[in-house]
Write a protein that binds this ligand. Structure first.
Ligand code: GLU
Length: 289
């Protein structure tokens, strides 16, 4: 079976050099290995994703010289797939609803920070500080019945105990130089949200379900997602899905050493193109490994 690679941008802004690096690397590796290259649109966040950004992704990637298999999978078209994965996790007793608003969570974190340092996840966000796991089944049913909004969280302690130690193969390296067989640390993320009312899935859940349904065998993406792979390995295990090999590549940084963001104008592909850059210039700029 030929290896299957994918590039999976979110249409919440225009692509920049960091995306070009990932997309070109996936495309080149697929070609070298006689493999397949897929494009996936990760558009589960209705508040931030826009059709014009999606159109710009196709245009910019085609300009770079990439081609991909059709039809393109768009996550917003696949909510039923994520729903059935949530059903499997619910059946295992590994999900619970939490009803706090964002501001309530911020207040709880501030309270805990006042008496010590409340732990942060690898992206620097505070772990879930609430105690919704302890709400009685009757009270839970009452709150849901009342229409109170909630997020579904993974009971990380129960899930990681059930799974035991998990590893993945990294053909690239993590931010600390980790490579080869890497031990997953999903616990570092606490009780992650797997679905919200406004988006009945999450990045972690949909990426894992999609990679499996699309038969992806090689996940090539930036080092900023290295630690998230621990959660992905855990979900793959719990959902009994095959797991791909990973290659986390170094990030392109701006002159101040910061990770590029979609608002970093000077490194946007559209801006560079307007300023006369060619696709060959972009390949040179991203200095592919
Ligand atoms: N959609 C994610 C992003 O744009 C990438 C997901 C992945 O490659 O796993 O950062």
């Amino acid at each position: 079976m030929p290896p299957v690679f994918r590039f999976a941008p979110s249409p919440n802004g225009y692509l920049h050099l960091g995306h070009a690096c990932s997309a070109l690397l996936n495309f080149d590796l697929a070609r070298q290995a006689g493999g397949r290259f897929l494009l996936r649109i990760e558009d589960i966040d209705p508040a931030r994703c826009r059709p014009d950004y999606e159109a710009a992704i196709y245009e910019d990637l085609a300009w770079l010289g990439l081609s991909w298999e059709e039809p393109v999978r768009r996550q917003s078209d696949c909510l039923a797939d994520y729903g059935s994965a949530l059903g499997q996790l619910t059946a295992q007793g590994l999900l619970y609803p939490s009803f706090e608003s964002r501001s309530e969570i911020a207040r709880l974190v501030a309270e805990r920070d006042a008496v010590g340092t409340w732990p942060r996840d690898p992206d620097g966000a505070p772990l879930y500080p609430g105690s919704a796991k302890l709400i009685s089944p009757d009270e839970r049913a009452r709150l849901i019945e009342s229409g109170a909004p909630y997020a579904l969280r993974l009971d990380m302690a129960a899930a990681s105990e059930k799974a035991g130690e998990l590893t993945w193969i990294d053909r690239g390296e993590g931010p600390g130089g980790e490579a080869g067989i890497v031990v997953a640390h999903p616990q570092a993320w606490g009780d992650v949200i797997l679905a919200r009312k406004e988006a009945p899935t999450s990045y972690h859940l949909s990426v894992v379900v999609d990679d499996a349904l699309q038969g992806v065998t090689e996940v090539v993406r930036g080092q900023d997602l290295f630690h998230a792979t621990g959660v992905h390995r855990l979900l793959q295990h719990l959902l009994d899905l095959p797991f791909p090999a990973y290659r986390h590549h170094r990030l392109i940084r701006d002159d101040l050493g910061r990770k590029l963001s979609k608002s970093t104008r000077s490194t946007g592909l559209r801006e560079l193109r307007a300023a006369g850059a060619t696709p060959a210039d972009i390949s040179r700029l991203v200095n592919l490994p």
